[in-house]
Structures are given as C-alpha cells and as structure tokens.
Design a protein around this ligand. Structure first.
Ligand code: AN7
Length: 330
C-alpha cells in the first residue's frame, strides 16, 4: 500500500515511487493522559526517506518526468533535499540541492550526498536559497520541487485522507509544525477534499515565527533546523487555512520543543526530529480538545547530533560480571 491508492485524487500517474505514505497513526496514551485530549501521532518519519516530503516528491517528480525534465532542484533545510535527491536518483534525473551551510542535520546531508545529488552549501539561510533557486529556474530548464510546486501540495494532501480513513470519526484538531507552510496548506486541501474541517493549529519555533508575528524574520534561529525559515512561501495559504478552520498559529520555544522531543521518545516510544516535536510542544503548551492528531513530520534518526546532545550519557563498563551488574542495576 502507498499513497497511490488515492491516485484518482492525484493529477499524475506514479512514474516514480518508493512506496511513500501509508504511515502509522499511533495512539498516544501518555500524551492523552497529560492533556485530557485523545491524542494520535501521524508518524511521517516512516516514509521512504524519513519525512513527509516524500508524499509531495513522488507526485512532483512524476510530473517533472511527464514534462520531460532532465534535472530537478530545490532549496532546503534538509528534508526536501534528502527526498529530492532520492527521487532524482530513482528517476535517473540530475538533482541539485541548495542548503544553508552548516545548518542542516547530519542524516539529511548524508542522504542527499549518498543519492548523488549536487549539494550546494549556501553562505546564507533557507529564505535566500529559495529566492535564488526561483531565479535560477527562470533561466534554466530545471524543475523546481520546493512546495511552491503545486504537485507537492497534491501529494502531501494524502496524509489528511489517511488520517480520516484511519479513524472512525475525523479529528477535531490537527497540530502541525510550520516552516515554509506547504504542509499545513496540503493538509487543509486534503481535509477539504475529504469534506471535513478540523481546526488546524500551526506551531513555529519562537526564533523563526514570522506567521505568529505577522512579519518576516530576517535571521531565523532555532534548534529545530528544519523549520529555521523566516519568510514562508505559502504565507497566505497557511493563514487562510488556519483562519478558516478556526485554528491558531502560535510559537513554542526551543526548550519546549526539546522537552516534547524527549517526552515522545521516552514516554511514547516514538522518535521524531526536533522540528516535528513542535506539534506536540504546542499541544502541551496550549492544549486542545477532543480527538487531536499531531503530525510528526520527520524521523529522529535524521538528526543524531541533537539527540546525543539531549540524551543522558552511555555507561562505560569493564568486561566482568561485577562491573556489568553494577552498570545495569546500579
Ligand atoms: C521535519 O526540507 O522546508 O511548513 O526544505 O523538514 O511545509 O515547510 C522542511 C520543512 C516540518 C515544515 N517538519 O514544513 C525543507 C523544509 C520537518 C520539515 C517542516 C519541515 P513546511
């Protein structure tokens, strides 16, 4: 099974697919007890490259193939780069990704490089990278696969279909991290096509919260590098989705994000990356009622550096039973 089971709702044929979508919808008993809501986790880290981007990429790259493209490109905080690189490799297209130098998680960099993409480290942030690739594709026949590409939205809307098909009744609210604002736009479209209207609560990192402040942020900063974005491309759509669903856009601090990140891993057994934990940080901070789905957008293994910074240390041990006993039980 993959998201292509919804192909009659998608604008292209699956010309390149790695089996994306159909991700686990996991009940979260500990978070439910803490919040009084019925909390579910949509674990998008289970996609082929470890993030929700694959939903959009299978559709966008299928469309690029249909249009005869030979190369694809994106600006990225990491996950789009990893996904674009994988689908380019699979499709036999050239792939180029432009990432903010030193600001993407290690796993994502490893993926983009291993898939054979040309990885360009920009001495600038994501917003500058996106502005430059948009100019570049005006001058060259390269397909842009950022979420400004409508096919990305089409693919990503299937997550909303899956949630509705996976629950007896649709959710009352969705909690979702917001960066460039393509994903909240996609969920809104998916729920709309399904004929349901949960409240959409978007969460941004405090240091990268342009939608919360109502103005672009020139120098966005957050430990959640995936959402270190100061001028979201889908600004209007995201605000429209939030307002029309009677949801809210709010900020969570890095400390709150890291706290939710640890709670998810240590109490629910679900390891997501820091940006994803912003959805749960928002739920814990602001609350929500009824049946609530938190979108966990990317896998925890994407960013081992932040994990090891946050976790307790390993216990060194000599190879004898007494020492092992002491280490294990002590
Ligand atoms: C884990 O990869 O923008 O609001 O270039 O990787 O649709 O941007 C990633 C975004 C949330 C925010 N969680 O989604 C990129 C990029 C994770 C992400 C978001 C991203 P959008």
């Amino acid at each position: 099974m993959s998201l292509w089971r919804y192909r009659d709702r998608l604008p292209v044929e699956p010309l390149v697919t790695l089996g994306e979508g159909d991700t686990p919808l996991i009940p979260a008993p500990r978070l439910s007890a803490r919040t009084g809501a019925e909390v579910w986790l949509k674990f998008e880290g289970a996609n082929p490259t470890g993030s929700f981007k694959d939903r959009g990429m299978t559709v966008a790259v299928s469309a690029a193939i249909r249009e005869g493209a030979e190369a694809i490109i994106c600006a990225s905080t990491g996950n789009t780069a990893a996904s674009a690189a994988a689908y380019a490799a699979r499709a036999g297209l050239r792939g180029a990704v432009i990432v903010p130098e030193g600001k993407i998680a290690t796993g994502k960099l490893a993926q983009a490089l291993m898939h054979g993409a040309r990885v360009v480290a920009l001495r600038g942030n994501f917003d500058e990278a996106l502005r430059l690739v948009r100019q570049l594709v005006d001058r060259h026949p390269i397909s842009l696969v950022n979420s400004v590409n409508e096919f990305r939205i089409e693919g990503q809307k299937t997550a909303a279909f899956e949630v509705c098909d996976g629950l007896v009744d649709p959710p009352d609210a969705l909690c979702i991290p917001v960066g460039n604002a393509g994903n909240i736009t996609s969920w809104h479209k998916g729920f709309g096509e399904y004929g349901v209207a949960p409240q959409l609560h978007g969460f941004q990192a405090e240091g990268a919260a342009p939608l919360v402040h109502g103005a672009p942020v020139a120098q966005p900063e957050t430990v959640a590098s995936a959402i270190r974005i100061g001028n979201p491309a889908r600004w209007e759509e995201a605000m429209g989705a939030i307002t029309s669903s009677r949801g809210l856009i709010r900020a969570v601090s890095d400390a709150e994000i890291l706290d939710a990140y640890r709670v998810l891993a240590s109490e629910e057994g679900v390891f997501c990356e820091p940006a994803s934990a912003a959805s749960v940080a928002g739920l814990l901070k602001y609350g929500a009622e009824g049946r609530v789905v938190c979108v966990l957008t990317g896998h925890g293994l994407k960013d081992p550096t932040t994990a090891l910074d946050q976790a307790r240390s390993v216990i060194p041990c000599e190879p004898d039973l007494g020492s092992v006993e002491e280490a294990v039980m002590g």
